[in-house]
Design a protein. Sequence first.
Length: 315
Amino acid sequence: MLELDRGRVAAIDEMLRGRADRWRLWREAGRRALGVFNPADLLTLAYLTYASALTVIFHQHTPGWKAVLLVNGGLIAMVTGLAHCRERGPRLPSFLSHWYPVALFGIFFEEIGYLVHAIFPTWFDDALIKADYWLFGAHPTVWIEQFSGYWLNEYMQLVYTTYLVLTLGFGAYLWWRGRRASFEIFIASTCIAYYLSYVIFTLFPIEGPYHTLAHLQQVELSGGPFTALINLIEKHGRVHGGAFPSTHVAGSVVVLVSAYRFARRVGYALIPLVVSICVSTVYGRYHYAADVFAGAAMGLVGCWLGAKLRGKAKE
């Protein structure tokens, strides 16, 4: 009887060891599979999963939901393919595997036009209008128009368009100097700032003062070629929704903080431009002041979490 019990114990022990070994093999295989993805890949896939789930669950309120799912599915496949090309693939796909998030920011922002009312069918601008008025005793976009003029309009519209160039420019600066670890932190930080903003767009739909406070504006922001170009883009390409937080400010703050961290002299030089971008978002009537504060917060959160995800940069 004792020998039989020992035999059963030995059999159970062997079975448990076998299960443990199989679990260990599965876990190691999972780690190897995930090992090809860098933080920006994982963040992008997480956002695509969120946007796709939102589209499926609330497809009744999502115009063109099938097309959104098709695009997102294609992007998931693209991110996965590029991640596998990063270390051993051809030179061009390997290069694109580091830079592709910069191109996706614009695609995701355009997609917000379809997703902004997936959960809530209304706008929540009234809350931000009241917050701005409580803080400043006036509507900032209306108050600031007293300073408008030809050259200031041109300057503000010019700097308003530079936020994406700022991201590309600073990323290129790190890349060409061989600061790859710093570049990876910078891209991950930018992904966090943007993707968090996009999620908030769907949870707190805001259309912005361009729509809600137009009846209070008394001065037309007229100017030269830059003003005309931006007015044309805004007239025909504006995404309705996606104002809170300001992604212009979020992306610019990530650049500024990253520059201060990795290239301090560049960071100091960028301060006037980033401040101008923040002002231009209100001056051009694209954002409430609250959007600017929230955008700055997203940028700071992105930089903090980006460094945490990637770890300390070692060049």
